[in-house]
Design a protein around this ligand. Sequence first.
Ligand SMILES: C[S@@+](CC[C@H](N)C(=O)[O-])C[C@H]1O[C@@H](n2cnc3c(N)ncnc32)[C@H](O)[C@@H]1O
Length: 281
Amino acid sequence: MQLNFLWRWAIVELTATSTTPHLDAELLIADALGLTRAQLYSQPEAQCLSADQQRSIQDIVKRRKNGEPMAYLRGEQEFWSLTLKVDERVLIPRPETELLVELLLKHCPPQKNIKLAELGTGSGAIALALASERPNWKIVASDFSVEALQLASENLQRHGLSNVELRHGDWFQVFGTYEYFDVIVSNPPYLGWGDPHLSSELSLAFEPKTALIAGKNGLEDLEKIIQQARAYLPQSGQLFLEHGSEQASMVTQLFKKYGYQAIQSYADLAGHLRVTSGKWH
Ligand SMILES: C[S@@+](CC[C@H](N)C(=O)[O-])C[C@H]1O[C@@H](n2cnc3c(N)ncnc32)[C@H](O)[C@@H]1O
């Protein structure tokens, strides 16, 4: 079969479930054939595909049609300035989460040797982005998923970053009694069990539920972190948390309840309040 016929078939197949059928088809076919997108465009009508090539393209297009995210199908995702390896072991890093990285770089003086902890690192996106920008920071990144940490470790090696230490365990259990961090940051699970996004966003069905869901209303892990972080923050230490776009006021209340000061919420590029921070006194 000629490449251009299969290409057209792929676009038609993907139109039902993808908002970017042309781009998806291009990337999946280029990956399957080991070509760049430019090479794919050079002579589509002249390229005749083998039966194996045809089958592998049809298989991957069907998986995409069933809603499997592009990042899992391609095995990687861009975050900040890094290309990260991702698969079903971790949540796919979202562009919105870059707001956390941006805020931390802005609020922490670059020359200061900050000690920072990231809780629930998944693919390592936040910790690695910070480590790549601030080689002088000492970063501890943790997760309770061994599989996620294996992937974070692969990403660390891939980018040759030596200032991140990975630890395995439930939230604060990974820290010693008198271990303090200038900054603690987390993008914890924050969807409630019955959150409508879980049924309306097909791609969420493929991501680990333990990375997405936190109790009945999605606030369980956020509250735990806000409450327990106080034992690991020095005077004026800061906690930065990502949360759902409708949770800013509830998260602010939790920061107040546990005695934080200088509480502030920040909007992402779409104008949604996605991050809240507070200072421990
Ligand atoms: C929303 S994902 C964030 C992943 C990554 N930091 C990012 O922003 O793309 C939440 C992460 O928290 C981890 N997690 C969930 N419950 C945890 C717990 N009790 N202790 C430690 N990590 C936990 C999950 O395994 C997952 O990797």
